[in-house]
Design a protein around this ligand. Structure first.
Ligand code: NAP
Length: 162
């Protein structure tokens, strides 16, 4: 998340991705669905997740069509309904339900919230998984991969040290 690394990402020469962004990218790679021309909708515009993820998916060679939503976005349901890939990083428990998702969408839930002592995501998993072609759970989804990506970044950064 250092401005230097974010600058490289912005310039189309990503080197060290923010760990959560790297995690989402690894999950998309694992799924293996081509992203070219696909409509990716990201909910959240933080420097940790939303903005750098949007930059990544916009890169030439990845070529998704990216929409970024935030707390002032109007008609969120209509926008998310157009998504081929919906990535939710709002930090609002169960913000996204079946009315937001068309059949076949890839849904990646970045959110981590504690409700009544339990970890829950931003997506109503039980509703949405029936529609989604792929969906990540919380816990056990993006967060788990992020932990590994953090270690990957640590080793990579060590190797790139001057
Ligand atoms: N799984 C992981 O590895 C991992 C890593 C990092 C973060 N997280 C989790 O991901 C979530 C987001 O983290 P963050 O650091 O990006 O949070 P953040 O800095 O609070 O940003 C949240 C974003 O969501 C937007 N938002 C909030 N409510 C919304 C709504 N009702 N509709 C549409 N957009 C809405 C906000 O809009 P505004 O900009 O207008 O306020 C903001 O851009 C949190 O639950 C966090 O714990 C998980």
């Amino acid at each position: 998340m250092h401005p230097y690394n974010l600058g490289l990402l912005m310039a189309g020469r990503p080197r060290v991705l923010p760990s959560t962004v790297g995690s989402v990218w690894e999950i998309l790679q694992f799924i293996g669905v081509p992203l070219t021309g696909k409509r990716a909708v990201i909910i959240g515009r933080s420097l940790v997740v939303g903005k750098p993820l949007a930059m990544l998916l916009l890169q030439k060679g990845i070529d998704a069509t990216v929409t970024v939503c935030h707390s002032k976005t109007e008609q969120l349901t209509e926008i998310t309904h157009e998504a081929d890939i919906l990535i939710v990083a709002a930090g609002k428990p169960h913000l996204i339900g079946k009315k937001h998702v068309k059949r076949g969408t890839i849904v990646i839930d970045v959110g981590i919230n504690v409700v009544a002592g339990k970890l829950v995501g931003d997506v109503k998993f039980d509703e949405v998984y029936q529609l989604a072609s792929y969906i990540t759970p919380v816990p056990g989804g993006v967060g788990k991969v992020t932990t590994h990506y953090l270690m990957y970044n640590l080793v990579k950064s060590y190797e790139h040290r001057r």
